[in-house]
Design a protein around this ligand. Structure first.
Ligand SMILES: *Cc1c(COP(=O)(O)O)cnc(C)c1O
Length: 417
């Protein structure tokens, strides 16, 4: 038992973050959690093997597709960071999102999603429709748009805290109140803000998604995703929990079903190696997010004043339509921004002149990454979806890294000419 035992007093989020691994006991006094590569887990007594299968022995392992001590340590850290009830890790953010949709929604159900979501999530919503789930996409900037889309069979609402690449911020508080009043599962994708800037449980989220690949791992060297249950949703009132999982503590029913039907059966398991990298990366999460957000704010302000830039989309700017909301809810405007050139014909030349930002897709790296949106990540979506999502041909997305602010601004100054 140490001061950081899981029953111990609550510490600050940065302290939680660096010590969470140790709360479940440390092998051989190792300061950092070892990487457990074993796929199978054996037992002295067959009663314990049976108990792990039947869920009566807590914290036991049987087969690594359902988790290892290394993924469990990361899950405990994420639960601390999100101040939740429990977390399930996955191989990618998309594996986490698909597990939530496919295990909690059934044919004939209805989901309302923000229209401004990650492109692959948008594509996945199309797959759900093919499977017989009704999908409505709304401008979630106001809760009344979500309310107007409600149907008797609505079960879930899905939003992202800051939309990529447009940076719209939904009416997170209003939608939370609506979901609570109607008994809807409120799923908030916290990837862009991360728990360093925002806790979705503060607006009543039921489930929080994080693509760990982005700023939580933070170094572009591991893929991962997670679902955290905030403990706020009443699973007893939710009709889609199978009889097999309506057992024991009702607060665990949602996670139980996602772990069995989503992780175990669908198999998008996070490897222990990736979990270890993500855990190490996450230790500096608050520091990195603070610095990258400050740089993003400075760069956004500088770009906005440049004559060749038509528009800058960044929630930290006062000119952003959702600035007041972002300032109230988030500790900073995040490291994601996008901007439009006045003349889209300059796009290729300006991007090729940049020396520091790396021309690449991806988000939340230590290096600044830059990409023209329409011809790349939103190419498959086609012009109609791009128009619906407000993605202009000259839109450029920037994931701000940890370079010195002055160097980035100097590079943009020479590239814009
Ligand atoms: C990247 C991203 C995802 C998907 O995460 P992967 O780890 O790449 O599968 C989901 N949501 C948002 C907001 C993202 O930026």
């Amino acid at each position: 038992m140490t001061a950081f035992d899981k029953q111990g007093p609550r510490t600050g989020p940065s302290t939680d973050n660096v010590h969470a691994d140790r709360r479940f006991g440390v092998e051989h006094g190792a300061i950092h959690k070892p990487i457990h590569t074993s796929v199978q887990y054996g037992f002295e007594r067959v009663e314990d093997l049976i108990g792990v299968f039947q869920g009566t022995v807590k914290g036991g392992y049987n087969y690594a597709r359902q988790g290892t001590p290394t993924t469990a340590a990361l899950e405990a850290k994420l639960t601390q960071l999100e101040q939740g009830l429990g977390t399930i890790s996955f191989a990618t953010g998309m594996a986490a999102i698909s597990a939530v949709f496919l295990t909690l929604l059934r044919k004939g159900d209805h989901i309302i999603s923000s229209r401004y979501v990650f492109g692959n999530t948008n594509s996945l919503l199309g797959t759900l429709e093919d499977l017989g789930v009704e999908v409505s996409k709304v401008d979630a900037g106001s809760a009344s748009a979500v309310e107007a889309a409600l149907r008797p069979n609505t079960r879930m609402v899905f939003v992202e805290t800051v939309a990529n690449p447009g940076t719209q911020v939904p009416d997170l508080v209003g939608i939370g109140a609506l979901c609570q009043a109607r008994g809807l599962v409120y799923v908030v994708d916290n990837t862009i803000t991360s728990p360093a800037l925002f806790l979705p449980r503060s607006v009543g989220a039921s489930l929080v998604i994080n693509s760990l690949t982005k700023t939580i791992a933070g170094h572009g060297d591991a893929l991962g995703g997670a679902v955290t249950d905030t403990g706020l949703f009443d699973w007893q009132a939710f009709p889609n929990i199978f009889a097999a999982y309506r057992k024991g503590d009702a607060r665990q029913w949602g996670l139980q079903q996602i772990r069995k039907k989503g992780l175990r059966d669908m198999g998008g398991t996070l490897s222990s190696d990736a979990a270890h990298r993500i855990s190490v990366g996450a230790e500096t999460l608050p520091l990195r997010v603070r610095q990258a957000s400050a740089t993003a704010l400075a760069l956004a302000g500088w770009l906005q004043a440049h004559p060749k830039v038509a528009a800058v989309h960044y929630p930290g700017l006062e000119s952003h339509p959702h600035h007041a909301r972002a300032a109230e809810l988030f500790k900073a405007g995040s490291w994601l921004l996008s901007f439009e050139l006045r003349d889209p014909a300059d796009l290729v030349q300006v991007l090729n002149r940049l020396q520091l930002p790396i021309k690449a897709t991806g988000l939340g790296d230590t290096r600044t990454l830059i990409i023209p949106v329409a011809p790349t990540i939103f190419w498959e979506a086609g012009p109609a979806v791009r128009a619906e999502m407000g993605i202009a041909d000259g839109l450029i997305r920037l994931s701000v890294g940890l370079e010195d602010e002055a160097d980035l601004i100097a590079d943009f100054a020479q590239a814009l000419g």
